[in-house]
Design a protein around this ligand. Structure first.
Ligand SMILES: [Zn+2]
Length: 280
């Protein structure tokens, strides 16, 4: 049996499984302060016999295994969690081997093995929700730089000078196009806005601008767009047509419907991907 955690800033999905697609038991807990959250995690996994635990976690976090700070959250992206080491806390209390990556790399890996990105040589997973996160895979392996990628914080055109909501950059991609930024701009959360609202045309344009940067940097075979905002399914065709228009035929992109896809695993990319980190 294996264990997996989709470790998010708002909630954690905990699962034990025979393999990534065969989950035996699953539980969702709110992400509270570190002490209480670790306690909830230990009470869940304490009931099972697992040797290996795969974790897809929010960041920024140190993922260099050679570093003395491997597993350390380095920024106050979630209040109270800066300076907390996820790996040492969980490996000591549970006595398990831990495989860990960013939440988006884990979701990308889930989609690569079992979802819409199956065996795509170059695949990018984008989640648009509370924030914007991006995992870039080459032959199924996440791109690793000096630090993990933070593609959600790239700069895109901000034609209407909206101030944006990113705490560090204001109007970066996440600051302009994440779920909270839709609410800040239009005064209502996205799920309360009708499909005909001008917010969605704007949102599609902002997402298309970011995707153009991703295409120009990575030339992926497939881009999988997930996250809460993308539950607005009507966005997909609008985004595809804007990407096609902005790219303006510079290189062949093929069918946009084959390039920009919905997640094959629905909302389970993260937990299935976290479980997949173990065999990886
Ligand atoms: Zn930012």
């Amino acid at each position: 049996m294996i264990g997996g955690i989709e470790f998010g800033g708002t909630k954690c999905i905990l699962a034990v499984a025979n393999n990534p697609l065969e989950i035996i038991e699953k539980k969702i807990i709110p992400t509270r302060d570190p002490e209480n959250t670790f306690w909830d995690i230990m009470s869940f996994f304490g009931k099972f016999k697992i040797d290996n635990l795969g974790i897809g976690v929010f960041g920024p976090i140190i993922l260099d295994k050679e570093s003395a700070d491997f597993g350390l959250l380095v920024t106050e992206s979630k209040k109270g969690w800066k300076g907390v080491n996820i790996v040492t806390n969980l490996s000591e209390s549970l006595g398990v081997n831990i495989s860990i990556d960013t939440d988006v790399n884990a979701a990308a890996i889930g989609e690569y093995y079992y979802g819409a990105g199956q065996l795509a040589k170059s695949m990018v997973y984008v989640t648009v929700g509370t924030g914007i996160g991006v995992g870039v895979l080459s032959n199924g392996k996440p791109h690793i730089g000096n630090f993990h990628l933070e593609v959600g914080h790239m700069q895109i055109p901000n034609l209407d000078q909206f101030h944006g909501i990113c705490r560090n950059h204001g109007d970066c991609w996440e600051g302009l196009a994440s779920g909270p930024s839709i609410e800040a701009r239009w005064g209502q959360p996205g799920d309360k806005l009708p499909k005909s609202h001008e917010a969605w045309e704007k949102e599609a344009e902002l997402l298309a601008n970011g995707l153009i940067n991703i295409i120009s940097n990575h030339s992926p075979d497939k881009i999988i767009l997930g996250g809460g905002v993308m539950n607005q399914k009507h966005l997909y065709p609008v985004i595809r047509s804007k990407v096609k228009k902005i790219w303006n035929g510079y290189t062949p992109l093929g069918s946009l419907a084959g390039l920009i896809l919905e997640p094959g695993l629905g909302n389970d990319s993260g937990i299935i991907g976290s479980l997949s980190l173990i065999s990886d």
